[in-house]
Design a protein around this ligand. Structure first.
Ligand code: GRF
Length: 192
């Protein structure tokens, strides 16, 4: 019976560029009975991305793609996704912007996690911007990926209080902890 688990799950690829804590969290979630997805492929544009270690640890296929030439990279990527029968894509700290051509091929099937309460603070350095603006709250959002950066339909958000003593670093830590809860929730919301 245990061997059957995962067979009918939605084949998913996770794209990373860094630490991969969200990737690790998604892998653990994917192994639970309630998860509609299985993680079958890890993509990184960075050869030294720490998160790639989870490919070895959990025996998940991983591939590093050089995005210097985005056209070539995306062509290879599309082939890889096809070969591995990938149906769904989760971006988790992936620092490259995918072309609209690529996104169209996976329309409505790519999601991303972003460390702010979108539409506030699209792009980078979200925590320092929130502190600088003396915001009372920040948070994280999971959204569909469209051609416009961090602008697709929001699936779910979590609000977090900013304390006077918070720094961009302390805030990043707090938000990341919530991201790990929010990403699986978003996936359950999409597929249930
Ligand atoms: C997260 O804060 C995510 O929201 C952002 O990049 C960070 C990735 O962290 N897009 P990790 O690599 O999953 O640890």
């Amino acid at each position: 019976m245990a061997k059957l688990i995962g067979l009918n799950k939605i084949k998913t690829a996770v794209f990373i560029s860094g630490t991969g804590s969200n990737l690790k969290n998604l892998i653990n979630f994917s192994k639970t009975k309630k998860s509609p997805i299985s993680i079958d492929l890890i993509i990184s544009n960075i050869i030294k991305a720490k998160g790639l270690r989870y490919g070895n640890q959990y025996k998940i296929k991983k591939k590093i793609l050089n995005f210097k030439n985005i056209k070539i990279a995306e062509k290879k990527l599309l082939n890889l996704l096809k070969q591995n029968k990938i149906q769904f894509i989760c971006l988790a700290g992936f620092m490259k912007i995918l072309s609209s051509k690529f996104i169209k091929q996976f329309n409505g099937k790519i999601i991303n996690i972003h460390p702010s309460l979108l539409p506030r603070y699209k792009g980078l350095n979200t925590h320092s911007r929130a502190i600088q603006n003396k915001d009372k709250f920040t948070g994280c959002s999971v959204h569909y990926v469209t051609e416009k950066l961090d602008s697709g339909k929001i699936i779910i958000q979590k609000k977090i209080k900013i304390l006077k003593k918070d720094t961009p670093k302390s805030l990043a830590k707090k938000v990341l902890k919530q991201e790990h809860k929010l990403y699986p929730k978003a996936i359950l919301k999409i597929f249930n």
